[in-house]
Design a protein around this ligand. Structure first.
Ligand SMILES: Nc1ncnc2c1ncn2[C@@H]1O[C@H](COP(=O)(O)OP(=O)(O)OP(=O)(O)O)[C@@H](O)[C@H]1O
Ligand SMILES: [Mg+2]
Length: 366
């Protein structure tokens, strides 16, 4: 297909809104550009609008406002089966009256692919999901996880340019799930397939994706590559939603380029990066990752502010130590340290001082 768009987006949502009942917007203002070959994951709480977005892209729902484009062309008037999109939806069942082989062959027949070619492609797709011996069965004769794998094979068998997947690995055990995660990303990258993927599992999102879009309340809160999302969350919601995070509440006391001094509600002062605070006097949630907290002064910069903390619980996890502290009124403040030979094991009741490099601590919206 020729690219007729002004930018290089393969999939594009422009100011898309969606309401099912004509009143409540479940997708509020979606702007999203996905370049060809990108693996993009939508991650967010239940009801935040992820499936609705996939359904609009697939053509099973229409946008209330705005436009969706595929390869530069509006798709509003193209019916689902003409969009050339591979899909794995939770409720998009296999054809029950067909065998597994027939289920997989069907999208190829529709595309007028010859018999011997079809057989080779079906076999390859079944082998990929480790279901090579099941071609003759019907869907009802398979377990839930096996059906899910067949659905995955069927979505990929015709090597579509775009694949939509809504929790495709939900029914699989951890080992098979991790194997399939690798198979899917490997295949997508090898064939240059663009993937829009939905999952509840943030580890899955971080490990598989080129970019992750974090949804909340019908909006994208942040869209970024996994490392940027984890290390530079742009607001409190994203900081809390992705990975483990400690939050302390306070008020901005001083603000300069690259440094905010925040007074916590118990009176203590901390140094942070101003991320979305704009003036002195503003309320803020200070956000710091457990692995970036130090309790050995020599590892901090001279003059850095320290906070008093009481050890509540020490949890030995093998590779890391996870210690729960009480800090500035927060009894669930977690720190993580690597299990090294010289690492200190803190004991409940112990009084310590903690601190951090100010660039690891982010002053976010309250
Ligand atoms: N067919 C429908 N008719 C009316 N409301 C709907 C319909 N489908 C979804 N909704 C509502 O739209 C909102 C978004 O739903 P959606 O299925 O997109 O969420 P989601 O992010 O996929 O959630 P989950 O993670 O639970 O699958 C929810 O409040 C849901 O109740
Ligand atoms: Mg959903």
């Amino acid at each position: 297909m020729a690219d007729t768009s002004s930018n290089d987006a393969f999939v594009e949502f422009e100011r898309v809104q969606k309401s099912y009942d004509g009143e409540i917007l479940v997708v509020k203002d979606l702007n999203l550009q996905i370049p060809k070959g990108e693996f993009l994951t939508m991650l967010g709480p239940s009801g935040s609008g992820k499936t609705t977005c996939l359904m609009m892209l697939a053509g099973f729902e229409t946008a209330t406002h705005g436009e969706i484009k595929l390869d530069g062309r509006p798709i509003n008037n193209i019916p689902p089966h003409k969009r050339g999109i591979g899909m794995v939806f939770q409720n998009y069942a296999l054809f029950p009256h067909m065998t597994i082989n027939e289920n997989l062959s069907f999208p190829l027949e529709v595309r007028k692919i010859g018999k011997s070619d079809r057989e080779a492609k079906v076999k390859r797709a079944l082998d990929m999901v480790e279901m090579g011996d099941f071609g003759g069965r019907r869907p009802a004769q398979l377990s839930g996880g096996q059906q899910q794998r067949i659905a995955l094979a069927r979505a990929l068998v015709f090597e579509p340019e775009l694949v939509l997947m809504d929790e495709p690995l939900g029914a699989l055990d951890k080992q098979l799930r991790e194997k399939m995660q690798f198979e899917i990303t490997d295949l997508a990258h090898r064939l240059g397939i663009t993937v829009v993927y939905v999952t509840h599992d943030q580890t899955e999102a971080l490990t598989m994706s080129d970019r992750v879009a974090v949804f909340d309340d019908g909006r994208i809160q942040q869209i970024a590559p996994p490392d940027e999302l984890y290390e530079s969350p742009q607001n409190s919601f994203v900081a809390q939603f992705i990975g483990e995070n400690n939050t302390l509440e306070g008020t901005v006391k001083e603000l300069s380029e690259g440094l905010a001094l925040v007074q916590l509600d118990d009176g203590e002062m901390v140094d942070c990066m101003p991320v979305n605070v704009s003036k002195v006097g503003e309320r803020t949630k200070v956000s710091i990752r457990p692995e970036r907290v130090e309790f050995q002064k020599e590892r901090l910069k001279e003059g850095a502010h320290m906070l008093k903390a009481t050890v509540k619980e020490f949890i030995y996890m093998g590779d890391v130590f996870r210690t729960r502290l009480s800090v500035a009124g927060n009894d669930d403040f977690i720190i993580k340290s690597r299990n090294a030979p010289d690492q200190v094991r803190l004991k409940p009741g112990q009084q310590i001082e903690i601190g951090w490099l100010h660039e690891d601590c982010r002053a976010l919206d309250a």
